[in-house]
Design a protein around this ligand. Sequence first.
Ligand SMILES: Nc1ncnc2c1ncn2[C@@H]1O[C@H](COP(=O)(O)OP(=O)(O)OP(=O)(O)O)[C@@H](O)[C@H]1O
Ligand SMILES: [Mg+2]
Length: 226
Amino acid sequence: MENNKVLEAVGLSKYFYDPVKFQVLKEISMSINHGEFVSIVGKSGCGKSTLLYLLSTMDTDYDGEIFIHNELVTGKTDKELALIRNEKIGFVFQFHYLLAEYNVLKNVMLPGMKLGKFTNQELEHRAMEHLKTLDMQDQALKMPNQLSGGQKQRVAIARALINDPLIIMGDEPTGNLDKKNSDLVFDIFKKLTQEKNQTLLVVTHDTDFAERTNRIITMEDGSIIS
Ligand SMILES: Nc1ncnc2c1ncn2[C@@H]1O[C@H](COP(=O)(O)OP(=O)(O)OP(=O)(O)O)[C@@H](O)[C@H]1O
Ligand SMILES: [Mg+2]
């Protein structure tokens, strides 16, 4: 490989048409290198979540190009994109989206079962290892509604890690947590970059959090200003 870019966006523009035509993203170009921990900040409504939706391939209605691991993903079919997402991207959102009908262990294993790269036995082992790293091994057999908010978010992180993602993307992963649990999630992310060279891209309102990442991307009115 000629470079160590994990993610690259070239000239991304996006419009919403309802209720009126409105350019939400304006010629966004950026790239993330392997092992970087990058945050995206900016005022409410400036386009952070919209940009993350594009970068994570969930929204394909845009102009410009997106490369993941130097591969052009723009123009691929929904099926191809679903595979790329499951294989290469781990997600952590403000709300955990754990499935209420499955226990912690199964929730963590699910994206792995969908991908089919590992056997169920391997997945169970991997899931337990991640839960252990997050100090959650004792909670593995609990149902999501038996966990605290901070614990749920740690399960969501374990789930994001199950397929060894190229990059973890988060939209306000600490948005629903108190200071103590936010710090804990930050420390987990930091440890992942330092010890596992994990690449992370996180949208956040939390300036404390952002200032402790490797690089801050600041957005204003659909553009990157620094
Ligand atoms: N489906 C939609 N249709 C029309 N406009 C939308 C739609 N989704 C978002 N917008 C508008 O696009 C702009 C950017 O929204 P976005 O959710 O990306 O902001 P954000 O930076 O993530 O804000 P926040 O910090 O509040 O989460 C906002 O003005 C919003 O009202
Ligand atoms: Mg948002």
